[in-house]
Design a binder for this molecule. Structure first.
Ligand SMILES: N[C@@H](CCC(=O)N[C@@H](CS)C(=O)NCC(=O)O)C(=O)O
Length: 213
């Protein structure tokens, strides 16, 4: 059975849980207490050299990290990743957008906001993240005014990846009021069969207020 190396408040890990839920694929969970430094151990570094979750281990022992690489691997041959080379590349385009302009921006702001670390970040850093986050939401709003899902007319792993942090913008202190098409897309994603509504606040982890080691 597939093993998922997980940390519950991580929306990078939630993406993988979401796809596994859509696929009805069973898996076992290995919890990694990232704020206690469990990601930095030698054992975990052999699973993922960057010390981050999520990662997966296959039955044959091979391991794979990076949430979007995991999504692409698990979605192969399913309706969530097109076979057509161009449609597939469009999904990749939005997966890259997600890592550069959503996860690293809204994801960081959410982390800092929900764990009280925002108070320890400089005004310039916060402003740069907020401005980048607004730009990303503006782009998503504009794109989603032209089609129901981000890469194409079909729900794909690109929607799953972007949803993970973009839909949590409120937890990052960003208002979605000015983004009606984006909010409609959120509702469309939530209406997909097998959607995983359970997400976890950092507050479930007593160590989450600590800086990462
Ligand atoms: N680009 C990576 C980012 C993964 C990531 O930053 N994971 C966080 C949790 S959301 C983590 O494990 N951080 C621990 C650390 O940086 O030591 C992905 O998409 O999987």
């Amino acid at each position: 059975m597939l093993t998922l190396f997980d940390y519950l408040p991580s929306q990078n890990a939630w993406k993988v849980r979401l796809l596994l839920n859509h696929l009805g694929r069973p898996y076992r969970t290995m919890a990694v207490s990232i704020f206690e430094g469990e990601g930095r151990t030698e054992v975990f570094r052999r699973i993922n050299p960057t010390s981050t979750v999520p990662a997966i281990r296959l039955d044959d022992g091979r391991v794979l990290a990076e949430s979007n690489a995991i999504l692409a691997y698990l979605a192969e041959g399913t309706p969530y990743l097109p076979a057509d080379p161009f449609e597939r590349a469009k999904v990749q385009q939005w997966l890259h957008f997600e890592q550069e302009r959503v996860e690293s921006v809204i994801g960081s702001l959410r982390h800092w906001t929900m764990t009280g670390k925002l108070a320890h970040r400089s005004a310039e850093t916060i402003e740069a993240k907020r401005s980048a986050a607004t730009r990303s939401l503006d782009i998503l709003e504009s794109e989603l005014s032209t089609r129901p899902f981000i890469a194409d007319d079909r729900y794909s792993i690109a929607d799953m990846a972007i949803f993970a942090y973009a839909s949590r913008a409120g937890e990052a202190g960003l208002s979605l009021e000015a983004y009606p098409h984006f909010r409609e897309w959120i509702a469309r994603v939530e209406a997909q069969p097998g959607f995983l509504a359970t997400m976890h606040p950092y507050a479930i982890d007593p160590h989450s207020a600590e800086e990462l080691p």
